[in-house]
Design a protein around this ligand. Structure first.
Ligand code: GLP
Length: 245
């Protein structure tokens, strides 16, 4: 671990352990001395936490731990995590597992040439045993050597077996209707409303590792999004903290 990572891990521990929401973190100078790093390094670590809205700064007073958002944000989760958080038991029915040429669109999304191989996984995702989503995921075959089938969570497998951790994704969500095939897979009437989620997921090294199209039954699934103003988590909170409300 670099000093920067050590410091980040220490700050994480502080925030999960002793220092609660709206409480102050140790001053930059103290952190710099404790870790034998420059104040600039400390500032960078705090900048990162601020961007993640984990802390907020109050000029002249220091850096404070932010309150966790009330509603669920659009967080990067796997289907498995998403369902568990909703109190449902996630499941999968594997329909297709194959290695194919990426083709122009998937190739473009995964920064591969169209002739490069990708693993294509088609699964019906279930919640408490009921079909919720039809998912097509494409992964560069070179990143997952020896993968010949898939049971359970894809993201857990990627992490456990290949040390690939998904850390960010570009994602779009739009309305659609189920075509005949998707309707049959999801046990729903053809042309019923659905949500199409398209995701390109990247790992810690910012390599594109997955392109996926997930079609959720519109009557069974909703996205919950916490929205905040741009100022949330900024010094504007200081007034509220000191009892302006
Ligand atoms: C979500 C994403 C998919 C991803 C899946 C992995 O549904 N939209 O892109 O493939 O999660 O879920 P799991 O790890 O449960 O297989």
């Amino acid at each position: 671990m670099t000093k920067h990572e050590l410091l980040h891990a220490h700050l994480e521990t502080l925030m999960q352990g002793g220092i609660g929401p709206d409480q102050r973190l140790p001053p930059e100078r103290e952190l710099a001395e404790a870790f034998g790093v420059s104040r600039m390094t400390v500032r960078h670590a705090l900048d990162r936490l601020e961007r993640e809205r984990r802390v907020y700064r109050v000029q002249g007073a220091g850096t404070f731990v932010a309150r966790p958002p009330i509603a669920k944000t659009i967080e990067l989760t796997s289907f498995t995590e998403d369902m568990r958080r909703r109190g449902l038991v996630p499941g999968s029915v594997l329909r297709v597992f194959e290695t194919v040429a990426a083709g122009p669109e998937i190739g473009y999304a995964l920064a591969l040439s169209p002739a490069d191989e990708v693993v294509h996984v088609e699964r019906v995702r279930t919640a408490d045993g009921i079909p919720m989503c039809l998912e097509h995921a494409y992964l560069p075959a070179a990143l997952v050597p020896g993968l010949t089938t898939l049971e359970g969570s894809l993201y857990e497998q990627l992490h456990r077996r290949y040390r690939i951790r998904i850390t960010r994704a570009e994602q779009s969500i739009r309305a659609t209707v189920l075509d005949q095939q998707a309707a049959a897979r999801l046990d729903a009437p053809p042309f019923s409303p659905a949500l199409l989620v398209e995701r390109t997921a990247f790992d810690e090294r910012d390599r594109p590792v997955e392109r996926a199209m997930s079609t959720y039954r519109g009557d069974r699934y909703s996205f919950e999004i916490a929205v905040t103003t741009a100022a949330a988590g900024s010094p504007a909170r200081a007034g509220r903290r000191s009892g302006d409300e």
